[in-house]
Design a binder for this molecule. Structure first.
Ligand SMILES: [Zn+2]
Length: 59
């Protein structure tokens, strides 16, 4: 199962989150709200479902 990826708002680094989700769970998820630390610039990125950049890779 692919891990969700987001893009750092500050340095544009692609961040692998620790969350794996299939497409169906992703689509039914309504209240996803997370914060992930960028490993490159250490900015805390607060993100939700629409910030996931690899949605199309979920199965
Ligand atoms: Zn960053």
């Amino acid at each position: 199962m692919p891990k969700l990826q987001i893009q750092c708002k500050k340095c544009n680094h692609i961040i692998d989150t620790n969350i794996s989700m299939d497409k169906k769970s992703f689509e039914t998820e309504t209240s996803m709200n997370n914060s992930t630390n960028c490993p490159k610039c250490h900015t805390v990125n607060v993100w939700s479902k629409q910030d996931v950049i690899n949605q199309h890779e979920l199965h």
